[in-house]
Each structure stands twice: as C-alpha cells, then as structure tokens.
Design a protein around this ligand. Structure first.
Ligand SMILES: N[C@@H](CCC(=O)N[C@@H](CS)C(=O)NCC(=O)O)C(=O)O
Length: 213
C-alpha cells in the first residue's frame, strides 16, 4: 500500500509530482489546507504535527519531503533514472540540491505565514522584507548554478528538480523571479512536464502561463 497525504500547492506537491514522474500506482488523499482536516484526530494519528506531505508505504510512514524523495527513488527507481544512489558520481550533488530545496522553501513558508495565514494586524513589514531578501539570495544561487545548464545535474532531469522546482514555484508567488533569467527558463521547462501539470491544484487560474525571459 502506497498512500500520499497532500494539500494543494503545499510542499506535498513535491512528492505528488515525483510519484507522477515515477509512474507508479498510489492512493492520493487530498485535503484542503485547513486545520479542520490537517489537525483532525484521524490525520494526527498518521502525522503527529498534522502537516503535509506524509507518505505511508506498508509499515513505513515518512513526513519530510526530502526523505520521501530519497525513499521513493531508492525503493522504486532502481535504475537511477531520477535518483542518484550511493556510488553514482552525482550522488553528493543530488543530496545537496535535495536539501537545498528546503533552504529556499523555508522563506516561502514564512512569507505564506506573513501574507496569508496570520491576521493582518500581526504581520510584520520587517519580517516580510527580510524573508523576501533571503529568498531572493537563495534563488540567485540557483540562477548562477543554472548558467549553461538545463537542469540542476549535468546528466539531466532528476528527482531533485522536483524538489527545487517546487520551491521556485512557491517562491515565485512572493518575489519577482523574472530578473533571474536562468531560473525562469528552468522553471518554464519544468512547468511543461506532464507530471508537474498533474500535481498542480485543479482550480489554479493560469498555472502554465510562461514567464517572460
Ligand atoms: N520540512 C517539511 C515541512 C512540512 C511543512 O511544514 N508543510 C506545510 C505545508 S508547505 C504544512 O503542512 N503546514 C501546515 C501547518 O503547519 O499547519 C517538509 O519538507 O516536508
């Protein structure tokens, strides 16, 4: 049994996208991003913090998107099409980008709190400015790395592009990424993947609009 708990546009989109890339059968449990569902006793008995993603595979439960990515590749991608297992020359780099995805996403998550979740009178312009700047710096590093490259790894598309690609997707909701030309062309390429499209929220307005480079 393989089951993914997911909320639209949340970090679980990484796991959903990757499951579609892997083209394997799984059960999708989609919940609104609402504590009525994510903090329900039923869901808290699966994930003690009531967050997403959460992956259940037979007796194994995982609730870190990075761990889920590595686990899915190690379990279902024995030929290293999307993973780069121990011994592969890109293994260390693959791990680095897998976890760098969270370095980017934490700033996006903070901006979700500041712009959407907390009451307007509690929002802080200083925190918004700081987090936006830190997000921009993290995107700048990606922009430099992507110079002359199609994907994060020299050998081509891999699971770490789903991890980092989601972080760009999330970050682009809060900062203007159009000045980061390499990031924009990379993101436009990722957005054309069928698995990415399938992982988008169904009610999204114009998800596939290309950003001008
Ligand atoms: N480091 C975790 C972060 C998980 C996380 O915080 N997910 C957010 C959605 S992006 C969540 O579920 N938030 C709901 C909440 O905190 O109530 C991961 O990468 O899976």
């Amino acid at each position: 049994m393989l089951k993914l708990y997911h909320c639209p546009n949340a970090r679980s989109m990484r796991s959903l996208w990757l499951l579609y890339e892997l083209n394997i059968d799984f059960e999708l449990v989609e919940m609104p991003f609402d504590q009525k569902y994510t903090r329900s006793p039923e869901y808290l008995s699966v994930h003690p913090l009531g967050r997403v993603p959460c992956l259940v595979h037979d007796q194994t439960t995982l609730y870190e998107s990075g761990a889920i990515c590595q686990y899915l590749c190690e379990t279902f991608d024995k030929e290293d099409k999307l993973g780069r297992s121990l011994g592969h020359k890109e293994h260390a780099e693959w791990l680095q980008w897998l976890h760098y995805a969270e370095t980017v996403a934490v700033h996006g998550a903070s901006l979700v709190q500041q712009n959407i979740i907390i009451a307007e009178e509690l929002r802080s312009p200083v925190v918004i400015k700081l987090e936006s700047r830190r997000l921009e710096k993290a995107i700048e590093v990606l922009n430099d790395h992507l110079n002359g490259r199609e994907y994060l790894l020299e050998s081509g598309f891999s699971a770490v592009d789903t991890a980092v690609g989601y972080s760009i997707h999330m970050g682009s909701m809060f900062i203007k990424i159009s000045e980061y030309k390499n990031v924009v062309s990379y993101y436009n390429k990722l957005k054309n993947r069928e698995a990415f499209r399938k992982s988008l929220p169904k009610d999204v307005n114009d998800p596939l609009e290309e950003i001008e480079v």
